[in-house]
Write a protein that binds this ligand. Structure first.
Ligand SMILES: [Zn+2]
Ligand SMILES: [Zn+2]
Length: 132
């Protein structure tokens, strides 16, 4: 069981699963969205996820012409969990405040478009583009 929350605490959620793998996306869209080197996410089954509070504070933005969407807290702007596909969600790894003890970086994606200043180091497998 894991627990996560946004910076202002309005949006909280729990995940009824053992969390282990972190995926880091280094693409330019994720970089602009976070202002950092990309975004680190955990992929989970939809049925293990439950909102505890603040679902009415979730805002979304879809990038025109791209298959990319972001979910964020309309009060504090923190990135939030969002839909990955019909059966899975992705959860920004930085939101997890309890139950993340076993998390390790397993995959880096869109490494070919990473920022010049982004040094990946030796954790996880590197993929030039999307995870296959
Ligand atoms: Zn918030
Ligand atoms: Zn990305």
């Amino acid at each position: 069981m894991a627990f996560g929350e946004c910076n202002c605490g309005a949006v909280t959620f729990e995940i009824d699963a053992e969390l282990s793998d972190v995926f880091v996306c280094h693409c330019s869209i994720c970089r602009r969205s976070t202002g950092g080197n990309g975004i680190a996410v955990i992929v989970i089954d939809n049925n293990t996820f439950r909102w505890l509070s603040g679902e009415d504070q979730i805002a979304t933005w879809k990038k025109p012409g791209a298959d990319w969407q972001t979910w964020f807290c309309r009060i504090c702007g923190s990135s939030l969990p969002g839909l990955n596909d019909a059966s899975r969600m992705f959860v920004p790894a930085g939101l997890i405040s309890q139950g993340g003890e076993s998390l390790t970086v397993k995959h880096h994606i869109w490494v070919d478009s990473k920022a010049v200043w982004d040094e990946i180091g030796n954790s996880g497998q590197q993929h030039p583009e999307a995870f296959k």
